[in-house]
Design a protein around this ligand. Sequence first.
Ligand SMILES: Nc1nc2c(ncn2[C@@H]2O[C@H](COP(=O)(O)OP(=O)(O)OP(=O)(O)O)[C@@H](O)[C@H]2O)c(=O)[nH]1
Length: 312
Amino acid sequence: MAEGSRAGSLAFGQVVIGPPGSGKTTYCHAMRDFLSRIGRSVAVVNLDPANEALPWPCALDIAELVTLPDVMDSLGLGPNGGLIYCMEYLEANADWLRDRLQGLRGHYVLFDCPGQVELYTHHEALKNVFAQLAKWNFRLAAVHLVDSHYCTDPGKFISVLCTSLSTMLHVELPHVNVLSKMDLIEQYGKLAFNLDYYTEVLDLSYLLDHLASDPFFRNFRRLNEKLVEVIEDYSLVSFVPLNVQDKQSMRQVVQAVDKANGYSFGDQEHRSLEALMSAAVGADFHFSSTLAVQEKYVQSQDKAVEEEVMDL
Ligand SMILES: Nc1nc2c(ncn2[C@@H]2O[C@H](COP(=O)(O)OP(=O)(O)OP(=O)(O)O)[C@@H](O)[C@H]2O)c(=O)[nH]1
C-alpha cells in the first residue's frame, strides 16, 4: 500500500489556499518534490480554473470540467464572478471530482486552490467541496499561504491576521498558516519587530503602538484595538515561515501539517527523512526556532550598520 493511504482507506493531503500570488502553485510543486523524496506517492490536483498554463504537470485538472475563460465568455462575467461560478459548478458536479479522485487512491494529495479571498472567508462552495472530500475519507489540512511581504506594514499585517482568522473559522479544517517567500523578506523592507513577533502573534499591543505613530492610523486606533482584541481572544492565528527552496524550512511545514491532518510517520519514511536531511545534521534545532530563520533571512540592525561603515 502506498504511503498516502497508510490508515486503511483513508487518504491524507493538503488543501493549499491563500490570496492571489501568495505562492500556492509553487508550493504545491515544491511540496510534491519534497514528499516524493521521503517516499510518499504524491499527486497534485489543480482546483484553480484560472491556472491556465501550469508550469508543472498535475494528476488532475479542473480545466477538464470547467475553465474560467469559457465561463467569462459564455456568461459575460468578470474574473471574480467567473471564478465564483466555477467553484459553484465544481460543487454541483462533485461526482466528477469523486470519480477522478478514485484513480488517485493511495496517493497523498495536494489540492492547489484558487486565490480569491472571499472563497475562504464567507462563500460556501469551496468549503462544501472540502466537506465532501472529508466524507470521501480524505484527511486534509488547510495550508494557508500569506506573502511575508505583509509583515513589513503593520496595517496590512493586522488585515492579514483578520483574514487568516476568518479563513480558519470558515473553512473548518485543521489549519497551518504559512508566511511564504521568506527568502524575499529582506527585499520587502525593514521589519519593525523580530520575526517571532509576527509568527507567534502573542502580544499585539506593540503593533498598536507602532501604528499610532502613523498620523493616518492614529485616527483608527480604537478600530485597530477592537480588531486586535478579536484576534487575541480567539488565540488561533500563528505562522510557520517558509522558503520553498530550503529543505529545513519545508520540513518544518511538513511536520506542522502532519500533526494537523493526522498523518503519522512510519519507520521507513522517518529513515528517508533523515537521509534527506543528512547534509544538514544539527540544523534542526536551530531552524526550529524562528530566531534562526530571522538570522538566516533578516539582516540585523548591527550588521547593517557594520556593513555601511565598511562601505565608507
Ligand atoms: N522568491 C520566491 N518567489 C516565490 C516563492 N513562491 C512563489 N514565488 C513566486 O511568486 C509568484 C506567484 O507564485 P504562484 O505559485 O503562481 O502563486 P499562486 O498563489 O499560485 O498565484 P495565483 O494562482 O495567481 O493565486 C511566482 O512568480 C513565483 O515564482 C518563494 O518562496 N520565493
